[in-house]
Write a protein that binds this ligand. Structure first.
Ligand SMILES: Cc1cc2nc3c(=O)[nH]c(=O)nc-3n(C[C@H](O)[C@H](O)[C@H](O)COP(=O)(O)OP(=O)(O)OC[C@H]3O[C@@H](n4cnc5c(N)ncnc54)[C@H](O)[C@@H]3O)c2cc1C
Length: 389
């Protein structure tokens, strides 16, 4: 499997901050045999499917855009193109966008600005504690609430190695550090943020990360406590299971409370579509923050933006399942349609994912993909059960 393919198809959705195989430089310690980990199996079956969610990741091969620009006499701050990692990086890129606005405001002695786009990215820019002060200045914005992913994983579908620049790497790294810390501090039932173990199921020991000579490894230090479970030390059908603690976000809880906070601190949400920068320029505020995701393609002509269509199949919740998985097939029994699958346990369902279709703009569920993802998990967790018997 091409590394590029993995980045654009899998989308492991846990806050491992790992570019999968390129996260840490040191080979994890292969400790001797331990008692097998006992985990409740996922009851994967078609009659437990309750819904299917489809969404479009706003992808740019060159990565997200956070920069200041001019729109007539206004400051226009861009904050878009987060691909499969918007939930993960929102606090970081949000803060960086707000800093660009605040610097300009300080110079202009004005405090009012408007953000265009989705509430969660706006509500996270800057971090609530700071934002509460900010919001008292009175800000307005546009709104559209649709929940997509449960977890966060910053690198999934985020950037192509050959398009990275040292400037972008520095922005990425700062955004990841800010977000990682902020989400750690939000852990708890109020925002629906918690830590769970993820098991990367594989027959191959992870190879050292492919980094660009002279450039930092993007996710160094962002994958704590990673360990390799040997055959006999885990209940999964593959040779190895790489366990790592990861942060999970429950979107239904998280997004609701972010927007509630936003409103509580004086934010206003106005639902309105802008068809041109000229129309945006008619707004009263001197500063506009563009958080329109894929919408920036038409609104600002960024042809680099392409959708990565994603799809999540949701099964009846299993409160006893307190872990996530990705992958799960033996090398000698590859499933049809590719290995990219992952399971996320959430309080509103067992989420099965693994779809990432480049350039597909439709929002109808893809039945072939649904079959691949559900049947693959039926096979993985079926095999898991036999390991425990
Ligand atoms: C299946 C799936 C799984 C995912 N899993 C994860 C994950 O585990 N972790 C993670 O971090 N991320 C994940 N993501 C990615 C994450 O959802 C996106 O990166 C994030 O939603 C991007 O946020 P955004 O606000 O920039 O863009 P969007 O969410 O696309 O929001 C843009 C907003 O701008 C509005 N807009 C657009 N054009 C205009 C206009 N002209 N005028 C006014 N408003 C406009 C739109 O209506 C929309 O409300 C996943 C995505 C999908 C689809």
């Amino acid at each position: 499997m091409q590394r590029r393919t993995f980045l654009t198809t899998g989308g492991m959705a846990a806050l491992g901050f790992g570019l999968s195989g390129c996260a840490t430089t040191t080979r994890p310690n292969l400790t001797p045999r331990r008692p097998p980990v006992s985990l409740p199996p996922v009851h994967a079956s078609w009659d437990r499917v309750i819904r299917t969610t489809v969404g479009l990741r706003p992808h740019r091969d060159a990565g997200f855009v956070v920069k200041a620009d001019k729109l007539n006499d206004k400051l226009l701050v861009h904050n878009y193109g987060h691909g499969g990692a918007g939930m993960s990086l929102a606090w970081g890129t949000g803060l960086m966008a707000a800093e660009l606005a605040t610097e300009h405001q300080a110079a202009a002695g004005r405090r009012d600005r408007v953000r265009v786009g989705r509430p969660h990215l706006r509500a996270t820019a800057p971090a609530p504690r700071v934002r509460r002060h900010d919001l008292r200045a009175g800000h307005s914005a546009e709104r559209d609430l649709e929940h997509v992913a449960g977890w966060i994983h910053p690198a999934s579908g985020l950037v192509e190695n050959d398009r990275r620049t040292p400037e972008w790497d520095a922005q990425y790294r700062r955004a990841a550090d800010i977000s990682y810390r902020q989400l750690q501090l939000l852990a708890g039932p109020h925002f629906g943020v918690s830590w769970l173990d993820n098991y990367a199921l594989t027959d191959d020991l992870p190879s050292p990360p492919q980094s660009i000579p002279g450039r930092p490894n993007l996710n160094d230090g962002l994958t704590p406590g990673r360990e390799i479970l040997q055959p006999g030390e885990h209940p999964f059908p593959t040779k190895y299971a790489i366990r790592s603690p990861q942060i999970r976000i429950e979107p239904s809880i998280y997004l609701e409370n972010l927007v509630r906070d936003f409103m509580l601190f004086g934010g206003h949400l106005v639902i309105r579509k802008f068809d041109s920068p000229r129309e945006l320029a008619t707004l009263g505020e001197p500063i506009i923050i563009n958080c329109t995701g894929l919408g920036a393609r038409d609104l600002f002509g960024d042809q680099e933006l392409v959708p990565l269509k994603g799809q999540l199949v949701v099964m009846v919740p299993q409160p006893e399942v307190n872990y996530h998985t990705n992958g799960g097939f033996r090398r000698d029994q590859p499933p049809p349609g590719g290995l990219g699958i992952h399971m996320m346990a959430r309080s509103d369902g067992i989420i099965l994912g693994g779809t990432s279709q480049r350039g597909v703009w439709t929002l109808e569920p893809d039945e072939t993909e649904r079959r691949r993802v559900v049947d693959s998990h039926i096979a993985v967790f079926g095999a898991m059960k036999s390991q425990l018997a």
